[in-house]
Design a binder for this molecule. Structure first.
Ligand SMILES: Nc1ncnc2c1ncn2[C@@H]1O[C@H](COP(=O)(O)OP(=O)(O)OP(=O)(O)O)[C@@H](O)[C@H]1O
Length: 326
């Protein structure tokens, strides 16, 4: 569905070269739902704009639904749906008419447009809003209409740029239900960008992480977490001296990815934390150290990003899990 090789885009800004996307290789197969995740300025939108033919690459190649983005941009556009950021505000058309207009602009005949509009009104829960003026819709309703508009011409592949940014958690959950349903009903391949770690984690089956214009990780969320981050064990002890000893014990028994001491707390990253923790507690006990508290936490995608880059995605200017765009 999407195949890129060395996809690159640079910009000249005030005599300086900005390397927005640096040699990205992407392979997405039919039916996949992929989340493209990264901090502000990582290169997500630029990549998406190249894949949707809105921006020519500086170098490299990209084939989207079997068509080359440079040699056959019209062929790509006919086969994809693209839902960009933000709403085109101020539409005075009614919802159903807007859908029909969109279909007509893709060359669909009148009958096909009416049938498709009705089908999408039902599947995106817009039926009761069919006669409403677009400019009067709520943010969540408008986003569902955007998706319906993007699907009018039966695209095999749908690109969504930050589909849920700025929505409250309830509307986001609702939007996701609809995205999943689109996938089930139409088998559409979906490639979306998001800032929301939690969302990428739970909703997408595959996560591609981009940073400074390069893809730095690409796998299922579960595998990324197991392979790159590991479980986080935190114990607390009486004082700093004991914490230093407890850290040494950890290094000895658990072959952790890393051990840190902060005040009376010792943190270590390990694979299979639930098995390591009892062993660690026994080793501490044998050394005359008593843990006051102990916990194991499964890693998050932010831990993965931290392991890969030494930075937190949130500190890199990314929105909080349930907040708005930073
Ligand atoms: N038209 C442009 N002219 C100059 N620089 C640009 C242009 N578009 C993007 N950039 C730069 O390219 C880099 C990547 O930007 P891009 O918008 O692709 O990032 P992003 O990951 O989508 O970020 P965000 O999450 O903030 O939307 C940034 O440094 C940005 O400033």
């Amino acid at each position: 569905m999407i195949h890129t090789k060395g996809l690159t885009r640079t910009f000249r800004v005030k005599g300086e070269t900005v390397e927005a996307v640096r040699g990205v290789d992407i392979d997405v197969e039919r039916g996949e739902l992929v989340a493209f995740l990264g901090p502000n300025g990582a290169g997500k939108s630029t990549s998406l704009r190249m894949l949707t033919t809105l921006l020519p690459p500086t170098s490299g190649t990209a084939t989207v639904v079997g068509r080359d983005v440079v040699a056959d941009p019209a062929g790509v556009r006919r086969r994809i749906g693209y839902i960009g950021q933000g709403n085109g505000a101020g539409h005075s058309q009614r919802v159903r008419d807007e859908l029909i207009c969109q279909g007509r602009s893709y060359g669909m005949d009148r009958t096909a447009c009416h049938a498709r509009a009705d089908e999408l009104l039902d599947s995106l829960d817009l039926r009761s809003l069919a006669k409403r003026t677009v400019s009067n819709l709520s943010g969540g309703q408008r986003r569902r209409l955007d998706i319906a508009l993007g699907l009018m011409h039966h695209p095999e592949l749908l690109f969504l740029d930050e589909p849920s940014t700025g929505m409250d958690p309830q509307n986001r959950a609702n939007l996701w239900e609809h995205i999943q349903q689109v996938r089930e009903n139409y088998g559409t391949t979906i490639f979306l960008t998001t800032h929301y770690l939690e969302e990428a984690d739970t909703m997408a089956e595959r996560v591609m992480v981009i940073d400074h214009g390069r893809v730095i990780a690409d796998d299922t969320s579960a595998r990324l977490k197991d392979d790159l981050a590991g479980d986080l064990i935190t114990i607390t002890v009486q004082d700093g001296e004991e914490a230093a000893q407890a850290a040494q014990t950890a290094e000895r028994i658990a072959s952790p990815h890393d051990v840190t001491v902060e005040g009376t707390a010792v943190r270590l990253r390990v694979t299979r934390g639930e098995a390591v923790l009892p062993e660690y507690l026994r080793a501490l006990d044998a050394g005359g150290l008593k843990a006051l508290t102990a916990e194991v936490r499964r890693p998050t995608l932010d831990d993965v990003f931290l392991a890969l880059t030494g930075r937190s995605l949130r500190e890199s200017g990314t929105a909080e899990q349930d907040g708005g765009k930073a």
